[in-house]
Design a protein around this ligand. Structure first.
Ligand SMILES: Nc1ncnc2c1ncn2[C@@H]1O[C@H](COP(=O)(O)OP(=O)(O)OP(=O)(O)O)[C@@H](O)[C@H]1O
Length: 806
């Protein structure tokens, strides 16, 4: 049972000795007869209505969802109020019923889910001595009824404290009495039992009669059953005492006692014992048997009529009750539906509210988690910041130490640089001294430079200082010890080993000619050649129609042709012979006086490369057959340059056009007008030379010395040119090539010496120049680096050859 709480308003003071308690049901109709029975039978005693009220608490309230919360508390309060009203209504109905009986009344109400347990609890709690309650619902009643049908009645009968005397009734009839051990002692205090005045007088008389008959019958049956077992002398006449109600000894119980005083049979009244003889005995037995039979029959008839009467009455009553119940049920159904829908709405609201609350809780939890995470992160960050501060401090200290070290290293480095530069200077000085001596014997004055010097000279290979990039590497402009230089960075591939490379460079460096770019040194570390810088671009630039360079006059062109030829002849007559191998206008540089300076001579032998481009029309076509560069290859290239100087036309088809013009005796048609008015004869001559140089068969190409003679003749306008085409086979006039002449004396040199400005002078003339205190070039008027003079053996030999030829 759940909680039991008395719902009487005031503290109840009960006199249990003077009070008969009547357990009543919620339905007043059901307990009406019981209450009236008690009022009637126990007049003089106080009647206290005992009612256990089952609160109308929805089962769903026990559900977890509704446990706790303001809503539940409020709802409980409302329900309790409604319950209390209901209890009051019920009690008022009972009290109203009893008000007609003039008995003193009271009420004892409690709330509880289990009614029978509530009754037992109240009995025990208040030490109740007298209790009247229903044995079963009225519909179970029959005149034979002797058992308790109601579960509540059975429970109370079994569990109620033994000290309580209980009368169980059905339909106003006492069905069973549960007496107490003390009943015999209490007999004097036991309340007098008065017959209930039933509603229906007819039924009452019938009930009384049938009850009386049953009693009598049972008496006689017991007599028959006890026959033989009991001594006739001991056989006691049964006494049926009308008042007070019979009580059984010990804990035994009596069943089926009729309500109210029963008349004792006349034959039994007043006889305490029966004395018998055999005859009387037999006679009496016969009488008894007859009497039994007669009463059995009567009982049967009575039972029959009783059942008929009660059956009808019951049916009528049941019909009414059923209708009433149906109406109530219907009304209750309506209420129930309303209640259910209200409950459903409330539950939905509650669910919604719960969902919202849950959402808020979830959000809150989420925020809390995030907060915790953030707090955790914060702690981590703080510790990281602390670590970083420590690290910063540590690094700061390390940085200071490193800076100190760096400073000292810089100082050391600067010192080492100074030492290194001084050392290099010393080495170079020594080298120059050694070479100066060697020059006496070998004629070479080439110097080696360190990479650092080259790096410094080219401003760390500043891209803006880059002059160009050819197939033999990049060329940078530079400034080396106040000398303008061009550094050609040769590729490391396809070359000979270091010594072979140095040997060949040595050969090239020994070559000195006014129309060759002088090699002033080398940097073995970076495999680069250091040339004298020529400031005025190349012949390619001058012949290009794209550049905005003033066109060369035909005189300059003839001079340039002569200078190229002279330089080539010089290279070819060098020992060992030097083949240019890559002659073309871009290799013909021009100085500020438009003096020709052939560049890159001998590089093809220094860095042999695979696969020269066939589209390069300056390359001897025979090279692509033989795979070998020869002196004739250079003559072919020179022929192509002559054609360019004459016509300034694109190379493709140039040979065919010039040939055609010659054949048509219309050379003027192909000559470059921008060069001025070409003397046609000279133009023709030069064109013929060019075509011969470009002969497919290298053997058919003319000798350079012959070509030089022809071209040189063209330079002097006073010298008449032979008209014959066979002049190439004739001896040239004895006018020396210009480069055979000393620039100072203007005579063919006998002892040519190369000065620091790259020009070759007659020994006597240049020495005198220097002796007179000059430190500038007689040609350029620029300051010369030094006053060293190197014999130009190659030129000397060439002059000798020339002199021998004439
Ligand atoms: N001594 C120098 N003085 C001034 N300019 C130079 C000198 N040497 C080379 N140059 C410039 O550098 C450029 C590149 O020269 P480089 O000889 O490497 O290539 P290229 O002649 O154009 O082609 P390739 O060598 O592939 O046939 C030349 O066009 C020239 O303008």
């Amino acid at each position: 049972m759940g909680s039991i709480g008395e719902i009487n308003g005031d503290e109840l003071v009960l006199d249990v000795d003077e009070t008969i308690f009547v357990a009543v049901a919620e339905d007043v109709e059901r307990s009406k007869t019981t209450v009236l029975w008690a009022a009637r039978n126990f007049s003089g005693k106080k009647i206290c209505l005992l009612y256990v009220h089952r609160p109308a608490r929805p089962a769903s309230w026990t559900h977890k969802k509704l446990a706790g919360g303001t809503f539940r508390k409020n709802a409980v309060k409302v329900i309790e109020r409604v319950d209390k009203q209901k209890v009051d209504e019920i009690m008022n109905s009972y009290l109203h019923l009893l008000s007609e009986t003039e008995v003193q009344t009271d009420k004892l109400c409690i709330a509880g889910q289990n009614i029978e347990e509530g009754i037992v609890e109240l009995i025990a709690r208040h030490n109740i001595k007298w209790l009247v309650m229903g044995a079963a619902s009225d519909k179970h009643y029959s005149w034979r009824m002797t058992d308790l049908k109601s579960k509540k009645a059975l429970f109370v009968c079994k569990k109620a404290p033994d000290s309580c005397h209980i009368w169980f009734l059905c339909k106003g009839y006492l069905i069973f009495t549960r007496a107490t051990n003390d009943d015999s002692n209490n007999r004097q205090t036991m309340p007098p039992l008065v017959q209930l005045d039933s509603d229906n007088e007819t039924r009452k008389s019938e009930k009384l009669e049938s009850s009386y008959m049953r009693r009598r019958l049972r008496y006689w049956r017991s007599l028959l059953e006890q026959d033989g077992e009991k001594d006739s002398g001991q056989l006691e006449r049964e006494k049926v005492e009308p008042q007070p109600i019979p009580s059984s000894s010990g804990s035994g119980s009596s069943f089926g006692e009729p309500v109210g005083p029963e008349p004792i049979g006349p034959e039994l009244a007043g006889s305490d014992t029966i004395t018998t003889s055999n005859v009387e005995e037999k006679k009496r037995e016969g009488n008894v048997a007859r009497e039994v039979h007669r009463y059995d029959k009567a009982m049967h008839d009575i039972g029959q009529s009783e059942r008929t009467v009660y059956g009808e009455a019951r049916n009528e009553k049941e019909d009414d009750s059923t209708m009433e119940a149906l109406c109530k049920a219907k009304a209750l159904d309506g209420l129930c539906i309303k209640e259910l829908s209200r409950r459903k709405k409330l539950e939905e609201l509650l669910e919604k509210e719960k969902d919202e609350v849950k959402m808020v809780i979830d959000q809150n939890n989420g925020f809390m988690k995030k907060l915790q995470m953030v707090q955790g992160d914060n702690l981590k960050l703080e510790s990281q910041i602390r670590k970083l501060h420590d690290l910063e401090k540590e690094h700061g200290e390390k940085f200071d130490t490193a800076m100190e070290l760096l400073k000292s290293f810089r100082q050391k480095r600067d010192q080492i640089r100074i030492d290194h530069e001084n050392a290099i200077k010393e080495v170079n000085t020594l080298k120059r001294l050694i070479k100066g001596k060697n020059v006496e014997s070998s004629g070479s004055e080439m110097l080696d430079y360190s990479f650092m010097e080259i790096n410094e000279a080219t401003n760390e290979f500043d891209p803006s200082w880059k002059l160009g990039e050819g197939k033999y590497g990049s060329v940078y402009k530079g400034n080396l010890q106040n000398l303008q230089i061009a550094v050609k960075m040769l590729p490391s591939y396809g070359s000979q080993n270091h010594f072979e490379f140095e040997r060949r460079v040595e050969i090239l460096s020994r070559v000195r000619h006014p129309n060759l770019v002088t090699i002033v040194g080398t940097c073995p570390e970076s495999r680069s050649l250091i040339y004298q810088y020529i400031p005025n671009g190349s012949l390619e630039d001058c012949l290009s129609t794209e550049n905005n360079v003033p066109a060369l006059s035909w005189e300059s062109r003839i001079r340039i042709a002569s200078e190229i030829c002279s330089a080539l002849l010089f290279l070819h007559s060098n020992v060992p012979c030097i083949i240019h191998g890559n002659l073309k206008p871009s290799k013909i540089l021009l100085d500020s006086n438009l003096v020709t300076k052939i560049n890159d001579y001998g590089i093809s032998q220094l860095i042999p490369i695979d696969g020269i481009d066939k589209s390069d029309l300056y390359v001897d076509p025979h090279y692509f057959v033989s795979g070998e560069m020869t002196l004739e290859s250079d003559i072919y290239s020179f022929g192509m340059i002559l054609l360019q100087l004459l016509t300034r036309r694109p190379l493709s088809g140039i040979l065919r056009d010039v040939k055609c013009a010659l054949e048509n005796d219309n050379i003027s048609a192909v000559l470059d007008n921008s060069a001025g008015d070409w003397p046609v004869a000279r133009g023709k001559k030069l064109a013929n030379v060019a075509i011969r140089c470009c002969k497919k068969n290298p053997l058919n190409r003319p000798d350079l010395a012959v070509i030089l003679r022809i071209i040189d003749r063209m330079k002097s306008p006073e010298v008449p040119l032979p008209e014959s085409s066979s002049y190439l086979n004739q001896k040239a006039p004895r006018k020396p090539p210009s480069h055979y002449l000393c620039p100072i004396f203007q005579e063919v040199m006998k002892d040519p010496l190369i000065a620091a400005d790259g020009f070759t002078y007659e020994a006597e003339a240049i020495r005198e120049w220097l002796a007179n205190g000059h430190d500038t070039s007689p040609m350029t008027n620029l300051k010369m680096e030094d006053c060293n003079l190197i014999p130009n053996h190659a030129l000397h030999l060439a002059i000798q050859d020339w002199q021998n030829q004439w």
